[in-house]
Design a binder for this molecule. Structure first.
Ligand SMILES: [Ca+2]
Ligand SMILES: [Ca+2]
Length: 384
């Protein structure tokens, strides 16, 4: 993927100030003089799209991400939402028919709808910092009526200036592999303060599409009360199934359990950069290990997600990790103090947890789970 940057807002032709090529993960770094730039994303097989970037004088601006819009497969339908700077966060909502005569709803909170192991529709990402694009794709068509609407998530703002109607929002629909939109909707400009833009209804009947132009601003969510089908829920990992060992140097290990064959674990650093990916979970196993990581000497937060066949990547789960020294101390403490520890029968557990002998408070990062009680001997098994 190549990005040409041109100086100025919305400048799509003329002098190119810088050209960068993104890496495998789509990351790039452009060294530009301070100012506002428009980046033109170019790659064979993709629709040329634009992103606005702000270059600051003294530090790297990491927020200028864009989604390259892939030219759809022959039977896919893509709905692309873009808008101006304000409001910061507009959201794409698609409601449509499912194979079991219910309705699905793709939106930022539930980006994918799948049925019987196949992906039917998805939203690529939730843009929350102006401009978009957000792309909703119908991967498999089901006969019936689809409704697309936009929500002003971040609200009208102080003084009510950041309205949808003043946002210059635009929705383009691409049918199949055609790189020219079959339909383009511009938000009706005006003084309206409504928070929903009902853009269109579209009826699919076999290979044909029939559009009903709505272009209405409303405060009532269109099609909010359907018989929704949950489909396949692409949940992220749960913290209980993740174990992080912050060993000295770059020998750190993350183990994730509760997985199914073919799933892949992704590990991101605190800036959402992908730093490691596991091999797919082997048949017959339910966990993977990511080794030889360097999580740094200090404590920090990383993010973990699961990529599943068909459903793609789950939401990211933040995981707080101990620094190396704290982890070493914890390991030693566990080994020396808590192994096979007998808990007296009179122990009461309140907010703070003590062990009677040697009477020390448990370290705050230690979680004690009682996983079994033996009523006769009063011994307790702990897992840490
Ligand atoms: Ca959004
Ligand atoms: Ca380490």
């Amino acid at each position: 993927m190549t990005i040409h940057f041109r100086r100025g807002l919305g400048v799509t032709s003329g002098d190119i100030a810088a050209t960068v090529v993104t890496d495998t993960y789509g990351y790039y770094f452009a060294n530009l003089a301070p100012g506002i730039y428009t980046g033109e994303l170019v790659k064979p097989g993709f629709i040329t799209t634009y992103v606005v970037g702000v270059s600051l004088s003294d530090y790297k601006n990491t927020g200028q991400n864009a989604t390259a819009i892939k030219i759809p497969a022959a039977d896919e339908i893509r709905i692309v939402l873009t808008w101006n700077e304000k409001p910061l966060d507009e959201d794409s909502h698609l409601v449509g028919p499912t194979p079991n005569n219910k309705a699905f709803h793709t939106w930022y909170h539930e980006k994918k709808y799948g049925y019987s192991g196949e992906l039917y529709a998805d939203l690529d990402h939730d843009d929350t910092n102006s401009y978009g694009p957000e792309t909703t794709t119908i991967r498999k068509r089901v006969d019936g009526t689809y409704t697309f609407y936009v929500h002003n998530y971040s609200g009208n703002g102080p003084g009510g200036a950041n309205t949808l109607s003043a946002s210059g929002a635009k929705v383009e629909i691409y049918n199949g592999s055609n790189a020219t939109p079959v339909k383009t909707y511009h938000i009706p400009a005006g003084s309206g303060k409504e928070i929903y833009w009902h853009v269109f209804n579209m009826t699919v009947n076999g290979g044909s599409l029939a559009f009903e132009d709505k272009n209405e601003l409303t405060d009532t969510e269109p099609r909010a009360n359907e018989d929704f089908d949950e489909g396949m829920v692409n949940t992220g990992p749960v913290s209980d199934s993740i174990n992080v060992e912050n060993n000295p140097g770059a020998t750190d290990v993350i183990t994730v359990g509760g997985l199914s064959a073919g799933e892949v674990v992704n590990v991101y650093d605190g800036y959402y950069n992908l730093i490691a990916q596991s091999a797919p979970v082997q048949a017959g196993s339910d966990s993977v290990k990511v080794s030889d990581l360097d999580l740094g000497a200090g404590s920090s937060t990383i993010y973990v997600s699961i990529t599943r066949p068909v459903m793609g990547e789950s939401p990211l789960l933040p995981v707080n990790i101990l620094g190396e020294a704290e982890y070493a101390e914890l390991k030693t403490t566990i080994a020396s103090t808590f192994a096979d520890h007998e808990v007296p029968v009179t122990l009461a557990v309140y907010q703070d947890v003590y062990l009677a002998d040697p009477g020390v408070l448990l370290p705050p990062d230690l979680q004690v789970k009682v996983i079994g009680l033996e009523p006769v001997s009063t011994s307790v098994t702990m897992s840490i």
